[in-house]
Design a protein around this ligand. Structure first.
Ligand code: IMP
Length: 198
């Protein structure tokens, strides 16, 4: 049984503004007060885990310890089937030190070339850690195809080259609400909400 987060003050253990915004929107209906790790000036731990879940746990633990509050971390990325799951846990790093996602998207397109299998998944692992060491994790995914050239100006990261299955527009062409119905983050959040806001 996971501990409840109802009416809690929750640290969002991320320095990625796109993620902090989406997490704030997804948690808005549950009356939690969210504050970002960037706002609290918490350090960004090195992501040394071998999986999305391990990295989410490491970030949530570090923030919960530093802030003395429950903390939520998201580790996510794009896994392309024909690239054996790359960029995967290295999704942020494919943007280089400048976190340049035009560059990262071009790298994906170049690595895929004209490979007939365009299938990919976004994966999201969420970890909630409490300062006393309790931790809970939740994983979500969404399947789609890699398109080229990039399309749309909403969202962040690889959204302009990801077209979810059954749709004709990319995540970056969708209004925020539409992406929130479908996304890997929404899928993981549904599981988190069921466990943490009973
Ligand atoms: P990390 O979880 O902070 O290590 O970085 C995950 C990276 O995956 C982000 O910087 C984005 O490039 C990518 N990513 C994760 N979620 C999304 C999404 O919803 N849309 C587009 N890109 C995403």
């Amino acid at each position: 049984m996971t501990r409840s987060l109802a009416n809690a003050e929750l640290v969002i253990a991320s320095h990625n503004q796109g993620k902090v915004r989406e997490i704030g929107e997804l948690l808005a209906p549950y009356g939690v007060e969210v504050v970002s790790a960037g706002f609290l000036g918490l350090p960004e731990p090195e992501e040394t885990g071998a999986t999305f879940v391990a990295n989410a746990e490491l970030k949530a633990r570090a923030a919960a310890m530093a802030a003395g509050l429950p903390a939520l971390a998201d580790d996510s990325g794009l896994a392309v089937e024909a690239l054996n799951g790359d960029p995967g846990i290295y999704s942020a790093r494919w943007g280089g030190p400048g976190k340049d996602f035009d560059l990262a998207m071009r790298k994906v397109a170049e690595a895929l070339g004209d490979h007939p299998n365009r299938r990919a998944r976004f994966v999201c692992a969420l970890a909630v850690a409490w300062p006393d060491g309790e931790i809970a994790t939740f994983e979500g995914t969404v399947a789609g195809d890699i398109v080229w050239p990039p399309r749309g100006g909403q969202g962040f990261g690889y959204d302009p080259i990801f077209q979810p299955l059954g749709h004709t527009i990319t995540f970056a062409e969708m209004a925020g609400d539409a992406k929130h119905q479908l996304s890997h983050r929404a899928d993981a959040f549904r599981k988190l909400v069921a466990a943490c806001f009973p």
